[in-house]
Write a protein that binds this ligand. Structure first.
Ligand code: KG4
Ligand code: ZN
Length: 334
């Protein structure tokens, strides 16, 4: 049997993305980002939906062209069903339904958070099953045990803000734009982590980041009363200190998960896995503790359609299709 061509569409937040798969291979991975949100310090849902409307057809056309196929060759259309912004999801879901209907091919509904983990099955080297994955994005922070493709058990997750949200919200306090994560990563390279922010005490393998945000805010307010120039003078050291604390919170829980499960195949996924300090901390922990560590290729860390495509491929093999009356889900645990 020849390998199926699957078109995968991602529109859960502020990236409109399309990928074409040939079996488990990503033939094209196209994306249009939305700069419209920068001025607002966060994603504006209504503007995200409108931008998806404008971008979706050109992005899909680019993905098909880059893959060197025409739509009539497709075996299935996959889309992100959730979790995400409802109005943003609706654009991708509606487009996928229309195309699947026109071509009379099956539809595949993919969970976005599960897809971040599945990004590890795109390129070699791939983690061996079972492996642990720390998924860190703007919307989610989880440690999952992955037993097989699509078979995952959530061992712990954030009880409030996600790690990426912590980067973004604290970055906003520190006067950086949106999204602040990549800027913090860059600026922290110049700074020294001289400020100690407390590590939250949270049960088991769960996380909490909202306390850190309050901690940073109160610390800065106190310092500003003593020195109105504190933020400008110390921005870089503050950024380095915040990043170090977020990374240590994540790594401490990951170490705990390895201890608890005895699994030494350890992966990270999601937008925050692009963070250079987290990547370095994972590599160091791996060397020190004899873990095999895995980070997806940079293009598959932040939101992308390739990860939706690889997940869809395994769902295709399992015959996991949905009907035309399927609706998006803003919240959806897998
Ligand atoms: O996975 P993703 O692209 O979208 C969601 O599913 O949320 O993750 C976006 C998040 C944002 O919070 C962004 O600030 C963060 O990932 N991020 C980073 C870096 N690159 C992206 N955080 C820290 N350091 C980075 N280099
Ligand atoms: Zn994501």
């Amino acid at each position: 049997m020849s390998l199926p061509y699957i078109l995968a569409i991602e529109s859960s937040c502020d990236d409109t993305a399309a990928a074409v798969m040939q079996g488990p291979k990503v033939l094209s991975n196209c994306r249009a980002s939305q700069s419209v949100h920068e001025a607002y310090g966060g994603v504006v849902p209504e503007l995200a939906s409108r931008a998806h409307q404008a971008h979706i057809v050109p992005v899909v056309q680019a993905a098909l062209k880059e893959a060197g196929i025409v739509q009539e060759q497709l075996s299935a259309v996959a889309f992100t069903r959730g979790p995400g912004l409802m109005g943003a999801l609706l654009v991708g879901v509606s487009f996928a339904k229309g195309l699947a209907l026109a071509l009379d091919i099956p539809l595949i509904a993919v969970n976005h958070v599960q897809a971040h983990v599945m990004a590890h099955l795109i390129d070699a080297p791939q983690p061996k099953f079972p492996f642990l994955c720390l998924t860190v994005s703007g919307g989610h922070t989880q440690i999952v045990e992955v037993r097989a493709p699509l078979s995952m058990n959530i061992l712990g997750e954030s009880i409030d803000d996600a790690a990426g949200e912590a980067f973004d919200k604290i970055g906003k306090i520190l006067g950086l734009g949106y999204p602040a994560g990549p800027k913090i990563d860059q600026l922290a390279k110049e700074g020294r982590a001289i400020y100690q922010f407390t590590e939250p005490r949270v049960e088991g393998l769960n996380f909490s980041f909202s306390g850190l945000k309050t901690n940073v805010l109160q610390f800065i307010q106190k310092k500003l009363r003593e020195n109105p120039q504190f933020l400008e003078e110390e921005q870089i050291n503050l950024v380095a200190s915040v990043q170090q604390r977020i990374v240590s919170i994540l790594m401490n829980k990951l170490k705990k998960a390895v201890k608890q499960t005895g699994i030494k195949e350890v992966a990270i996924a999601g937008g925050v896995s692009a963070n250079s300090a987290l990547r370095q901390a994972l590599a160091e922990a791996g060397q020190k503790m004899g873990w095999a560590t895995y980070i997806p290729d940079f293009q598959y860390c932040t939101d992308n359609a390739g990860m939706i495509g690889i997940t869809a491929y395994y769902q295709y093999l399992a015959g996991d299709f949905v009907q035309q009356d399927t609706v998006p889900l803003a919240r959806w645990s897998y």
